[in-house]
Design a binder for this molecule. Structure first.
Ligand code: 7TS
Length: 426
């Protein structure tokens, strides 16, 4: 059998035995539709990605065959639901390269995962005068929780600036770490605006050398890159199921077991306790002490299928194919008159933000929608980064494993027409 070939422009490339773009697209029913009379081009994957049939069916199968609450009853359905739920914890352990399922906490998503660390670990450990180091490129989800932790503890925030290429200034990081006051370094693995992949292993190493823990926001890396938290060496890593082809309402927090042991729960209630007295309680073992109440069981089970799906395609193959498509898209966009791409980091994922001369990002997004092309416009929950870039908003096309070179051609053609349309209108 010949190896499948993926076509990027005029350049065919081989990425592995299982890679077959047409078959992959066939796995995603939502892609098979026309929007405003044109075949849908979905380029808003950084906001949320589409779901393969296997994930949709897994959620249905859970409700159709074994719906029951987990971790509490002795009947057959409850045992089966619990077995499937805990199986996903083991799959997530492998997926993230963690040492043990005890280090995997199911949350509602990245936002909740980071809030758990900021409220549960940082508020317990930070003292006035100590420092939390974050970066100028963080999503609000990896900034606001640290502002809250700083306000609650008297710690101060320090910011790593972004260079003109869209990379982190690591010398500034060293300066922030030099006095030994930093207890936390919180950084995104991949930027949801610039696409930049940050050297998180190196950052974790420097954080540890200075006595700080390293918290990595993996919302935009886990769907696209092979990730091993042990290789990165970070203490916490957060990601969202819905950005990696799984259901909404579920995410993963990885925490090194020694640190999870000294993290307070965010929520109290059922299933997170060991013993409850009227005046006080003791907590269940990690990770269960962080999963109070009935979890999002169906979403966890769907996430398990999404992780299987990613593993079946091969994460190195996904990274390679998306990397080629990203380079193809960047070449096209950079050659488009009046268009400026933000960020130029060599290590990147397929998140591409840009501005088009004379066209407001919101107008562009609306124009593209009339042609069946879904993109996003706005500050992308990164207001400080927008200020650094000197713009109130950007346009963004974000890619996933099912996108095709033809779709990039359609995007660029439509941008050209938008520019023409708004020039005439002006
Ligand atoms: N961190 C990063 C880097 C993100 O890109 C996002 C979501 C989050 C955290 C929050 O994830 P959630 O699943 O908890 O909401 N980013 C985007 C985006 O770029 N467009 O819509 C959501």
């Amino acid at each position: 059998m010949s190896e499948p070939v993926c076509q990027c422009g005029d350049v065919p490339f081989r990425v592995g035995r299982t890679w077959n773009p047409e078959r992959i697209r066939g796995d995603f029913p939502v892609l098979n539709q026309t929007v405003r009379g044109r075949p849908l081009v979905y380029l808003d994957n950084a906001a949320t990605s589409q779901k393969p049939s296997a994930v949709i069916q897994a959620v249905c199968a859970y409700y159709g065959t074994c719906n029951a609450n987990v971790h509490r009853a002795f009947h057959y359905l409850a045992a089966e639901a619990t077995r499937r739920y805990e199986e996903v914890r083991r799959a997530a352990t492998t997926f993230l390269g963690a040492a043990s399922p005890r280090e995997i906490v199911f949350t509602r998503g990245t936002t909740e995962a980071i809030n758990l660390v900021a409220a549960g670990w940082a508020r317990r450990h930070l003292r006035p005068g100590e420092a939390i180091v974050v970066t100028e490129m963080e999503h609000h989800s990896n900034l606001v929780p640290w502002q809250l932790a700083a306000a609650a503890t008297g710690a101060r925030l320090r910011f790593v600036p972004v260079t003109s290429r869209g990379e982190l200034d690591l010398e500034a990081l060293d300066r922030h770490l030099a006095d030994g006051a930093a207890r936390v370094v919180a950084v995104t693995h991949a930027s949801n605006v610039l696409g930049t992949v940050n050297p998180v292993a190196e950052i974790a190493r420097r954080a540890h050398a200075a006595g700080a823990v390293c918290v990595v926001d993996g919302a935009q890396s886990a769907p696209h890159l092979p990730v091993s938290v042990q290789e990165i060496g970070c203490d916490f890593y957060a990601c969202s199921g819905h950005k990696m082809y799984g259901p909404t309402g579920v995410g993963i927090l990885y925490g090194r077991s020694a640190l999870l042991e000294e993290t307070d729960p965010l929520l109290g209630g059922g299933e997170m306790i060991e013993r409850v007295e009227l005046e006080y309680s003791t907590w269940a073992e990690i990770p269960h002490r962080f999963e109070a109440g009935t979890p999002n069981i169906s979403a966890v089970i769907g996430l398990g299928t999404a992780l299987d799906y990613l593993e079946s395609l091969g994460r190195p193959a996904i990274a390679e194919c998306e990397g080629r498509l990203t380079r193809y898209a960047l070449d096209l966009l950079r050659a488009t008159p009046g268009l400026r791409v933000f960020g130029d980091a060599p290590e990147r994922v397929g998140v591409i933000s840009f501005e088009v001369e004379g066209v407001h990002p919101h107008d562009l997004a609306q124009f593209l929608d009339t042609e069946g092309i879904a993109t996003r416009a706005g500050h992308l929950c990164c207001q400080p980064l927008m200020r650094r870039l000197g713009v109130p908003a950007v346009s963004r096309a974000s890619l996933a494993l099912y996108n095709l070179p033809e779709e990039m051609n359609r995007l660029v053609d439509a941008i050209g027409r938008a520019r023409e349309y708004f020039r005439r209108g002006a």
